[in-house]
Design a binder for this molecule. Structure first.
Ligand code: NAD
Ligand code: MG
Length: 406
């Protein structure tokens, strides 16, 4: 996938241009609420036209009162009534839709220019595809969309006027390092990983990891699913697949290094031996804002890097024995077809089962590996084929008795 505008960022001045119509899918989550924080910093640049949530209608109602969108969608249809109650009797007029169709409608409104894709998981795939097919600019946080449907996203970009901008901090870093460079000059990219809360914890104690320990990420404050993915390092595996699609890379051009300080957000090595890195404090508002301001930069009061407090930057190879999820993701990427969709679905269900205290932390990679081994793969799936593979992998992972002995 070649991103359309690899220009050198200009120094952004407040423009007199008309505000851009914005739709935020997953507005009530961690990335969604931070997107609205960026909107608050630049109120003249955006008109919030649509917002969506899964179940959190209480927060959505607050956002409706503040940002006055024309339309909202609630992923869980049974929560729509609760939203109406939250808004009555004096709430603003707003069109309320539900389910995937509602999210797709919010993503494709004619008065929307840019869509923030910040739904978590497979649920984001259809709305993001719909937005690209409708020619929208999509700022994409929802990495699972690319993991599952990278081929379809590529197709939608090739067929229409849609545009994709990365939000994930590592991919934003690569995108920023790529500004002004030719993609073919890239030798490799290095995705940095924090290593999560258990990088130094002995693997033989992983069976005892509690949910609250796994939710306690050392550097980033994020939604529960990605926080668990960071602890298992599946997050980095999903990001390897995300990088492949965003930057049109071969598998062996994508390397992962554990960098516990999370200051270097990622690096690009070029074929003349030069390496560019993008650095900053771990704050998602910076990559969120860059996806919305690109190719400009807008001056903002986000926290600055304090060089004097940085005594060292460490880099280490990941440990595949201790964190098998990264290896499983590379294998799924190599296998192609429905394999990444199966990996993703099994992981989504296994993470939920762990959060529900139904399985142990060490069972997450076991479940993913067992389901990947058992599910026959299809090589060139359509969207419907991916939806079926996702559903089947979910059933298998839900039914899986753990621990699995292979
Ligand atoms: P989150 O759980 O905080 O928020 C998810 C949002 O999606 C919420 O608005 C929720 O209501 C909505 N949602 C959940 N399930 C849904 C469904 N089935 N249908 C419709 N809507 C649904 O998640 P997050 O941490 O904001 O992450 C969002 C995405 O961004 C994920 O793909 C994650 O990997 C990615 N990402 C997040 C961060 C971060 O700092 N949080 C960083 C990089 C990438
Ligand atoms: Mg990331």
């Amino acid at each position: 996938m070649t991103m359309s505008t690899m220009q050198t960022p200009q120094n952004g001045q407040a423009s007199a241009a008309a505000p851009r119509g914005l739709s935020i899918l997953g507005a009530t989550g961690s990335v969604g609420t931070q997107t609205l924080e960026v909107v608050r910093l630049f109120p003249d640049r955006f008109d919030v036209r649509a917002l969506t949530c899964g179940r959190n209608v209480e927060r959505l109602a607050e956002q409706i009162r503040e940002f006055r969108p024309a339309q909202v969608a609630v992923g869980a249809p049974e929560r729509a009534e609760a939203l109406k109650q939250e808004l009555s009797p004096d709430g603003p007029e707003v069109q309320i839709q539900t389910g995937t169709d509602g999210l797709c409608a919010a993503a494709t409104r004619p008065d929307v220019d840019v869509v923030m894709g910040a739904v978590v998981g497979f649920a984001g795939l259809r709305p993001v595809l719909a937005a690209l097919q409708a020619g929208k600019q999509v700022a994409l946080a929802n990495k699972e969309t690319l993991v599952v449907g990278g081929t379809l996203v590529d197709q939608a970009l090739a067929d229409g006027d849609g545009e994709l901008l990365p939000v994930d901090s590592e991919h934003s870093a690569i995108f920023q390092c790529m500004a002004g460079e030719a993609e073919r000059r890239v030798e490799e990219v290095v995705l940095t990983a924090s290593g999560g809360p258990f990088w130094d914890r002995p693997a033989d104690s992983f069976a005892d990891v509690t949910v609250s320990e796994a939710l306690d990420h050392p550097n980033w404050s994020m939604g529960p699913k990605i926080t668990i993915d960071s602890a298992t390092m599946m997050n980095k595996g999903l990001e390897v697949i995300e990088a492949k699609w965003l930057f049109d890379l071969a598998v062996d051009q994508i390397e992962v290094l554990v960098h516990p300080q999370s200051i270097v957000h990622s690096m690009v090595a070029f074929d003349d031996g030069a390496v560019k890195a993008q650095l900053g404090v771990p704050d998602m508002k910076v990559p969120i804002q860059y996806a919305l301001s690109h190719p400009a930069r807008w001056p903002a009061p986000h926290e600055r890097l304090d060089w004097s407090s940085l005594s060292r930057l460490d880099f280490q190879r990941p440990d595949d024995e201790k964190f098998p999820c990264l290896r499983l993701a590379y294998e799924a990427l190599e296998a192609g077809g429905t394999a990444p969709a199966v990996l993703n679905a099994a992981n989504e269900v296994a993470v939920q089962r762990f959060l529900d205290e139904d399985i142990g932390f060490a069972d997450i990679p076991r479940a993913v590996e067992a389901v990947l081994e058992r599910q026959p793969l299809q090589s060139e799936p359509s969207l419907e084929g991916l939806v079926r593979a996702d559903a089947r992998a979910r059933e298998r992972t839900e039914e899986l008795a753990l621990p699995v002995r292979n």
